[in-house]
Design a binder for this molecule. Structure first.
Ligand code: ZN
Length: 170
């Protein structure tokens, strides 16, 4: 089921989301809906608060490209935690499904290690880099009520874009 994506101004986007204590049938339904909603919106990631659920769940799927490691893989992150990050950072434009029509440059660590639970409740650890690491970090920020516009490399490095095609919304 496609869920409604909350837009900037909705207070749920600014709340710290709650840890998932137990993966229930509702949790799995939520995850399936988030994946469907992300695909429908041509996004590269989606966090539960963006569909109005204040829980620490995110999905990421960067479209398959030969030069992007970890692309074409659907990641489900429950209670994700960044346990390592490279000192090396890189700037790249980000967009957000909750802030349609805008892009802005954000610096992020190039490589990270994230610990999380998968949908079966198994502990998983992902070492990801580049665009996939950026998508993970963008989504994990959502779980803390943080939006990419809070992290612009400079206040003037944000610009309007046409709604379609959406290139890097998350
Ligand atoms: Zn976003």
């Amino acid at each position: 089921m496609i869920r409604t994506i909350r837009k900037i101004g909705d207070p749920i986007l600014r709340k710290k989301a709650k840890k998932v204590e137990k993966i229930t049938r509702d949790t799995l339904k939520l995850i399936d809906d988030m994946v469907e909603t992300m695909h429908h919106a041509h996004g590269q990631g989606l966090a539960a608060p963006q569909v109005g659920v204040s829980q620490r769940i995110a999905v990421v799927e960067v479209p398959k490209a030969d030069d992007i490691p970890g692309s074409g893989v659907l990641y489900t992150l429950i209670n994700p935690e960044v346990i390592k990050q490279s000192e090396e950072t890189w700037e790249y434009p980000e967009g957000c499904l909750s802030i349609p029509g805008w892009r802005g440059d954000v610096a992020r660590p190039y490589r990270i290690v994230v610990r999380a639970l998968d949908r079966h409740g198994n502990r998983v650890k992902y070492e990801v880099e580049g665009h996939v690491a950026r998508a993970f970090l963008h989504e994990i920020d959502h779980l803390d009520g943080v939006l990419y516009i809070d992290k612009l490399v400079s206040p003037d490095r944000v610009w309007r874009v046409n709604e379609e095609p959406l290139e890097h919304p998350a």
